[in-house]
Every structure is written in C-alpha cells, then in structure tokens.
Design a protein around this ligand. Structure first.
Ligand code: IMP
Ligand code: MG
Length: 336
C-alpha cells in the first residue's frame, strides 16, 4: 500500500483541490479519500475549462478513480445529493463515490445549532462542530445506520486491506493546519484534525505514507471572526486581485503576508516532502512582496528576492528534517 497526502499548511483555501486534481492526472492512484471535514470545505477545481467547487467529494470522480468520504469526515446527505447532481452535470462519474461506514452524518439539528454559531467563531454554519461533538459524545449518527444515502457505504478495512489490488491512495485533506482542532489558534479552529496525521486515521498504517504534499499560498487568508487582516491598502488589493471570497460561504477572506514561522511549523509537524506555493501571480499583479518573520514584516523589492529568500530558508529546513525534496511556485489557476 502507498498513500500520498495533500495537506493545507495555512487556513484552508490554498489550492488543495488544484493540487489533488493534478496529482490524479498522473494515473498513479487506485483511490482518492477525503480524510477530514465536511461540507464546510470548498475546493475549487477547473475541469474541462469549467470552474467547479467540490465540498464533500474527492476529485477522483473526475478521473474514473473510486473516491471515498473517509471515516474522519462528517457528511450532510442533503447537500451531498445536490453536490453529486452538480458534479454529474459537469461530467464527473459520481457512481464512483462511496462513504466510509463509520463516517458521521450531519443532521438537521446540527445545522440548526450551528446556524446560531453560539461560540461566535464565524463558522460556515454547515453543522460541523455539533456533528463532531456528538461523535465524540458517542451520541452521533454513523453512515452505516442509514439507508437511502446519496452514495453507498464502504468498510475501509475491506476496501483497502482485504483486496489483491495494489492499493495506491491519494488523501485529499480539508481546511488547513491553522484551523486544526489541536494545532490551530483555538478556539478559532474547525472541529476536525486537519494535519497529515489525520489521514492515516482513515484506516491505513503509518508506514504506507509516501509523499506529503503541503499546499500554501504566497500570502495568507483566513475566514472567521478573529482579527487577521493586515493593516494597509495592499491587503484590500490582494483580496480583490486574488478574488479572496469563501468558496463555500462567499464571505471575504481576511488577508495578510505569509507567516514564515507558522509555515515552518506546519512543514515540520506535517512531514511535508513536496511544497507548493500557489497564487504567486496575485502578488506579481499587486506588485508588493513580503513575509512576516519573527513578528516583523520583511519586505522584498522583487519576486525573485522573495522566492530566493524562501528557497534558502527551505533548504535549511530540508537539511534539518531531511524531508522536503521539492518546492514549486505556481500561478493561479495554472496546472503544476
Ligand atoms: P466550521 O468548520 O464551519 O465550524 O468553522 C470554523 C472555522 O473554520 C471558521 O473560521 C471557518 O471560516 C473556518 N473554515 C471551515 N472550513 C473552512 C474551509 O474549507 N476553508 C476555510 N476556512 C474554513
Ligand atoms: Mg476552500
């Protein structure tokens, strides 16, 4: 068994959908599995020239690859049904989707509770927090107990282990390291584990992990109520040029420079072997380059100077952890 993992190193919305989509093109994978989160996620992909947003569904359905909503996820059956209809209209083979029997469901009462956002965190109001709470409270609703779900259920043990097939999994994460329930800025976090470690909780041994694709943006965005937006016109400009509005809720994303110290931590804790910086073209258009390092803004006078600085820091990290082997700077929405 081999499993590659796509993990977001910031606050979600860094382009995991794009990276997972391009990895599927290599035809290397027998399965694509979403390993955390629910329909709070919004992954933007470009398929046959059309812009599409997936919420629960892994991108394997566009490539003829069996795709699974994993045991670490929560599923809203009503929204999933609609999502599948939309993706089928866009040419996906949605029959390839199944749901882990031990994934939990988001019920009407979870949605009602989240709609009130009692913690005032600026949630996506998709019922995630209450559904995960009930899971850990042991009063939740597992997929295996329901008929008429929009997709069949599957036992990940049987599917991935009791088979003669050469299993090659691409794990597509949701949200990001900065929103992780343990490692994010609690309580301004989501209710699931968003790290690479979360992927292996979906029924695979740690030894199976091959590459961990860490996905970052060349600047940062965050959606929620904590104060994140940088001070100055440049951040409004980044928001406009980068079209930084939530794929799920349409809310404006707060913008700031890339935080080097946070990124270093995310690379270390997720064991990143391949790193992608997305949306480099946005800063090129805005015409300003900077990172936050040790709480201070470091400005650069060109793209080259910023990427060279990042590359030398990353080389130091690669030497230290012996993991990171490739760094890619990518424009939006170009392929890798
Ligand atoms: P929840 O996951 O809906 O409970 O929201 C908790 C926090 O995570 C809020 O700040 C949301 O805006 C944020 N969040 C949840 N899912 C995503 C996502 O897919 N992308 C970006 N932010 C997200
Ligand atoms: Mg998103």
């Amino acid at each position: 068994m081999l499993a590659d993992i796509v993990v977001d190193l910031q606050y979600g919305d860094c382009g995991k959908g794009k990276v997972a989509y391009n990895l599927c093109r290599t035809k290397k994978y027998s399965h694509v599995i979403r390993y955390n989160g629910g329909c709070n996620a919004g992954h933007t992909i470009y398929h046959k020239g059309e812009k599409l947003i997936t919420h629960h569904v892994p991108v394997g359905v566009f490539f003829g690859i069996p795709s699974i909503i994993g045991s670490g996820c929560v599923v809203d059956p009503v929204r999933l049904k609609k999502e599948l209809e939309d993706l089928a209209n866009a040419g996906a083979n949605t029959k390839l989707l199944s749901i882990a029997h031990n994934a939990h469901l988001i019920m009407e009462k979870h949605l009602e509770e989240d709609a009130k956002d009692p913690g005032n965190l600026g949630t996506t109001k998709r019922g995630n927090g209450p559904a995960y709470r009930d899971k850990y409270d042991r009063s939740g609703f597992r997929a295996e107990h329901f008929d008429n779900l929009p997709a069949t259920t599957v036992d990940l043990y049987r599917e991935l282990h009791k088979t003669d097939e050469n299993v090659r999994i691409l794990f597509e994460g949701a949200q990001g390291f900065g929103l992780d329930i343990d490692w994010g800025d609690y309580p301004y976090v989501t209710s699931s584990h968003c790290t690479s470690g979360s992927a292996i909780m979906n029924g695979i041994p740690p030894q199976a992990v091959g590459d961990v694709w860490g996905v970052a943006k060349i600047y940062e965005t965050y959606v929620g109520t904590k104060d994140f937006h940088g001070k100055g016109d440049v951040f409004t400009k980044i928001q406009e040029v980068g079209q930084e509005y939530g794929a799920t809720t349409g809310r404006p994303r707060q913008c700031n420079w890339l935080n080097w110290n946070q990124l270093e931590k995310a690379i270390a804790l997720n064991g990143v072997t391949k790193l992608v910086f997305n949306k480099v073209d946005i800063l090129r258009e805005v015409g300003q380059w900077a990172v936050i390092n040790n709480n201070e803004v470091m400005e650069f006078d060109s793209e080259d100077n910023m990427t060279s600085w990042l590359k030398s820091r990353l080389t130091e990290l690669a030497l230290k952890y012996g993991l990171l082997t490739e760094v890619i700077f990518s424009d939006n929405p170009d392929t890798l």
